[in-house]
Design a protein around this ligand. Structure first.
Ligand code: GLA
Length: 536
């Protein structure tokens, strides 16, 4: 039924040929300025991303979403909790995966008062309770909705006409990421609709990663960077539970065409990954993961994390590949040469001066591809070290070029540098994103709670700063530590507080030590329960 719905809605077609006249809709905002088949940035393309304001998703978001493996039926609180546990136990959290939560998992309905309420049969702790569980594990909370009248299955209400109320509900549930689908939106103007949702989200006061999901409809790459953080460029990568290698490759090549639109805080999203789903070979898993990293795509795993073999874990947690995806320059790699079987992907400079290169082989036997330095814009005489990001071996220096030997559906994923070192950029992992404190006495108390953040990448962390002006009077935050670990020590003074519950969302900015410019922001929640009125 689901597959029928996808095909009959025309979404597969519209998304599969990104930028070709098949995408029927041009948003009002861009109608005058841009031709219909726009696959490279027009002159005057706004480079400013919404992320510059909130500091979120300055590198591609990483996490897990249930749709590819599970569809809507088996989604419930137990599944999401088990997956969150598996995300930690498998080492994926330590590799940078953070966002996790239900997709179209029949999570909520709309009451007679217009407000969203949790479907308690499926999510007995409530959507807020599930979020607290996720935050207490040092993970971030992802939720799903739709910009139309209903979600795609029709089983959940969409945000149309309830944009401000619903964004407030997602903020109250403490979502950190929201995927917003585009089903049941007939007659709505796409850019205007998503702009209203972004405004509503800002009004709700909780910065949230906005993941637009119109499958390429309305050319979101032209306008969505100013209002959200990432946008789907294509139709669904698979029907639930049915990984489809050929379709995934079509999606990769369609997404590739949009490389000029990606950058820090504004990412092309070729959909959640199918790595580790039944039906794919190890080579295909490796290739898909490498392509997603090469395209600086969001890395949302879509497999069953509770039942992964070692090879899947090794692929999903390969920090050397992830380093390419998470490189702070945020450049999306592209195809520079393609003979139909072998494609050479390059154009991805990395922050340390090295560059990533990928050879994908889609033929039947084995292929050798000589990569000439000149094809990559380098001098033939350059002497370069070549790091194989899967065998983790460095060779060279090589002059003129390098020959990669690649098996069917496999890749050579390489990093080239004049230096023999290949540093890993910051991979931020927190021990929790929630500090919960309780004051029992009517005498003033001082309570402390800590959030520790570790860089699993190569270098020391740059300094973090919390603006004291942004905190409520009862809370002070000190950032302690050096090297790869920082602790945010939260000190609460209860003097004069009335009985009740208090909440603060703390924003810490990671600042460039030289320019003082904020690099990325980290948010966590502080909850305080005061059991009695407290004297001064
Ligand atoms: C659309 C999206 C999918 C998934 C489903 C849920 O098809 O593209 O990723 O969220 O809706 O119905």
């Amino acid at each position: 039924m689901k597959i029928h719905r996808l095909f009959s809605s025309g979404r597969i077609l519209a998304g599969a040929f990104v930028g070709v006249a098949a995408a029927a809709f041009v948003p009002a905002l861009t109608m005058l300025a841009t031709p219909r088949s726009q696959t490279s940035p027009p002159q005057g393309f706004p480079r400013t991303a919404h992320a510059e304001v909130d500091g979120l998703a300055l590198t591609p978001p990483m996490g897990w979403y249930p749709w590819n493996m599970f569809g809507e039926e088996p989604q419930n609180e137990t599944l999401i909790r088990e997956i969150a546990d598996a995300l930690v136990a498998s080492g994926m959290k330590d590799a940078g995966y953070a966002y996790v939560g239900p997709d179209e998992g029949i999570c909520f309905s709309r009451g007679a008062d217009g407000k969203l309420t949790t479907n308690l049969e499926r999510y007995p702790s409530g959507l807020k309770g599930l979020g607290d569980f996720i935050h207490a594990k040092g993970l971030k909370y992802a939720l799903y909705t739709d910009a139309g009248t209903k979600t795609c299955s029709g089983a959940m209400p969409g945000t149309k006409d309830y944009e401000f109320e619903d964004m407030k509900a997602f903020a109250d549930w403490r979502a950190d990421y929201i995927k917003i689908d585009w089903c049941n939106s007939t007659g709505q103007v796409i850019a205007d609709t998503y702009s209203i949702l972004a405004k509503a989200q800002r009004a709700a006061g909780r910065p949230i990663v906005h993941s637009l999901c119109s499958w390429g409809d309305g050319y979101p790459w032209l306008w969505a960077g100013a209002i959200g953080h990432m946008w789907r460029t294509t139709a669904d990568i698979c029907a639930p539970g049915k990984a489809d290698w050929a379709r995934a490759m079509r999606i990769a090549f369609a997404n590739e065409k949009l490389h000029g639109f990606a950058g820090p805080g504004r990412w092309n999203d070729p959909d959640m990954m199918i790595v580790g789903m039944p039906g794919l070979t190890e080579a295909q898993n490796r290739s898909l993961f490498s392509l997603w990293c090469m395209m600086a795509s969001p890395l949302m795993a879509g497999n069953d994390l509770r039942a992964m073999d070692k090879s899947t874990v090794d692929i999903l947690t390969n920090l050397e590949a992830i380093a390419v995806d998470q490189d702070p320059l945020g450049v999306q790699g592209r195809v520079v040469w393609n003979d139909g079987n072998v494609s050479l992907w390059a154009g991805k400079p990395l922050a340390d001066g090295s560059q990533a290169v990928l050879v994908l082989y889609q033929g039947k036997s084995r292929a050798e591809k000589k990569i000439y330095w000149e094809e990559l814009g380098l001098r033939a005489s350059d002497e370069l070290y070549v790091r194989d990001l899967w065998s983790h071996e460095t060779s060279g220096p090589h002059a003129g070029g390098f020959t990669a030997s690649v098996g069917p559906d496999d890749v050579a994923f390489l990093r080239l540098s004049k230096k023999s070192e290949f540093p890993i950029p910051p991979i931020i992992v927190a021990d929790t994103y929630l500090v919960s404190l309780r004051a029992a006495s009517s005498r003033p108390e001082v309570l402390k709670g800590t959030v520790a953040v570790t860089n699993k990448g190569g270098a020391d962390l740059p300094p973090w700063r919390v603006d004291p002006e942004s905190l409520p009077p009862w809370l002070a935050v000190a950032v302690e530590g050096r090297g790869k670990v920082r602790s945010f020590v939260n000190t609460v003074s209860t003097a004069g507080l009335k009985k009740g519950r208090y909440h603060a969302l703390v924003r810490a900015d990671n600042v460039d030590p030289v320019s003082g410019k904020p690099l990325s922001a980290l948010y966590y929640d502080v909850d305080l329960e005061v059991a009695r009125n407290v004297r001064r």
